[in-house]
Design a protein around this ligand. Structure first.
Ligand code: ADP
Ligand code: MG
Ligand code: ZN
Length: 479
């Protein structure tokens, strides 16, 4: 029997608003003192009433557009009831039957992964069981996170491998960052991921019993947990055992999933519309305006570049992965429309510019002011396309340009890096070299390409590195 896995993901993303979802408390980071940003609303004092954050609603609409969802003009906040010490109201405000966004999709490697829904909700607080390494005698609660706005994005069970799940997550994170609704830093809990996985016999339609895995704090953990879980379920099936419908936790240190709760312990959240909050009514015009404000999205830009410049998808991966890198590249496009120069620019960005950004630890948002001048990149790319500098020379130019902040088109002369394409000059050196390296030339004639080393070396030395190696080879072959 051959099995196939079926995977669906539930992602929580923390919105980048200044204030909370239903009150005006500032959103503070985890270094802030416990309970320093709380109020009667987010701590559920009697009589306190919630009021939706307009910015959060707008961000949810942005997300819906980016994920090709339909945006519901009418959606309803619902109470999801459960008891936990870090949830002072005894319920979480979420959306249930009528979410703000529905029925979208994103594309990964030419496959569509459908999005079932994306809805607004609030975060819960945090229970503290220890401070540092010291275990506390009592558990403490910090309500700073209570009411922080989240959007939950639920996919259909359209993924079939852990790799597809990984790719889906990567694409989703890229989009959320691009449209500036979340930083998606998993370490800060700004992106949280629960995975649902089942297996079925290959070729069959019906889904198997799913297991949900929680506590995944990196994309790698998602992949590892899925691989483990698929193996576990497959082995169980082969032994004739049933897969239990349960929630499991990923234990990264042991590399296994463990049972957290079974169906018998499953929650019944008793969802119902929140009587404290009127339904959200969003005007068509607002939805349209938000769509316009988004501009082109990375997947659209990618398709355009491939068509326009004939570049490979992998070469434009980085410059379509962040809007900051993209506007850097767009600057270069404002200087040239020459395909060869554009391709060379991409090459320089993907290697040297990114290398510099990483090495200098430049934040994405600072690329515009701190990354190497895009004009320099363009100039070097142009020199390359005109064969006026070798690739080694181009590297040197780049380094010198950032060091001195001088324009590469001036530096190329100053540093004597300008390649000569002057045939007669090169030919003279090649002929001399052949005279001095008769044996090497014989070997070359007998088909040994590597034998040209000393000949090319001589030409380079005589021309002070300015001879275009391609022309040197052409002349040699002619001879
Ligand atoms: P629940 O009510 O248990 O939360 P949902 O229907 O809301 O289940 O689905 C939650 C997530 O689980 C979705 O991403 C969905 O695609 C996925 N899912 C549902 N059924 C399966 C299954 N049999 N195998 C894998 N994933 C599944
Ligand atoms: Mg669910
Ligand atoms: Zn508050």
């Amino acid at each position: 029997m051959e099995f196939e896995s079926v995977i669906g993901l539930e992602i929580h993303t923390q919105l980048k608003t200044q204030t909370k979802m239903f009150c005006s408390c500032k959103i503070v980071d985890s270094n802030s003192p416990a309970n320093s940003s709380i109020c009667p609303v987010c701590t559920a004092q009697p009589g306190a009433l919630p009021k939706p954050n307009e910015k959060a609603v707008e961000m949810a609409i942005k997300i819906g557009h980016a994920l090709n969802c339909s945006i519901n003009k009418f959606s309803v906040f619902a109470r999801k009831n459960y008891f936990y010490p870090d949830l002072p109201k005894g319920y979480q405000i979420s959306q249930y039957e009528l979410p703000i966004c529905e029925n979208g999709y994103i594309e990964i490697s030419n496959k569509k992964i459908r999005i079932k829904r994306a809805h607004l909700e609030e975060d819960a607080g945090k229970s503290l069981h220890a401070i540092g390494s010291e275990k506390l005698e009592h558990t403490l609660v910090d309500f700073n996170r209570c009411g922080v706005p989240l959007v939950e994005i639920v996919s259909e069970a359209d993924m079939r491998t852990p790799d597809e799940a990984y790719e889906y997550l990567t694409e989703l994170k890229k989009l959320l960052r691009w449209i500036d609704v979340s930083n998606c830093d998993m370490e800060k809990g700004e992106l949280r991921c629960d995975v649902n996985v089942s297996i079925r016999e290959k070729g069959t339609e019906k889904f198997g019993t799913k297991v949900e895995i929680k506590n995944l704090n990196s994309f790698k953990a998602v992949k590892d947990a899925l691989n483990y879980e698929i193996k576990r379920q497959t082995e169980a099936k082969l032994k004739g055992e049933n897969i239990e419908h349960e929630t499991r936790l990923w234990d990264a240190s042991k590399g296994i999933t463990v049972v957290m709760r079974t169906k018998e312990m499953a929650n019944d959240y008793r969802y119902f519309p929140d009587p404290d909050l009127p339904p959200l009514n969003i005007e068509e015009e607002k939805i349209e305006n938000i769509k316009k404000s988004l501009g082109k999205l990375p997947y659209q830009i990618k398709k355009e570049y491939v068509l326009k410049f004939g570049v490979k998808e992998e070469d434009i991966e980085t410059i379509t992965s962040s809007r900051y890198l993209n506007s850097y590249f767009e600057k270069i496009l404002s200087f040239t429309s020459e395909k060869e120069t554009i391709k060379n620019s991409l090459n320089i960005i993907n290697t040297q510019v990114l290398g510099y950004i990483n090495q200098q630890k430049i934040d994405e948002a600072d690329i515009e002011t701190k990354a190497p001048n895009p004009k320099f990149v363009f100039e070097i790319a142009k020199l390359l396309s005109a064969n006026e500098v070798s690739s080694a020379g181009a590297k040197k130019l780049f380094e010198e340009a950032i060091k001195t902040n001088e324009s590469p088109s001036i530096l190329v002369e100053k540093l004597g890096l300008k390649q000569t394409n002057d045939l007669s000059e090169i030919e003279k050196f090649v002929k001399e070299a052949v005279e001095l390296n008769k044996k090497a030339f014989e070997d070359f004639k007998n088909g040994n390409e590597k034998a040209t080393g000393p000949i090319v070396g001589y030409v380079m030395k005589q021309s002070k590195g300015r001879a275009n190696p391609k022309i040197v080879m052409d002349i040699l072959k002619k001879l």
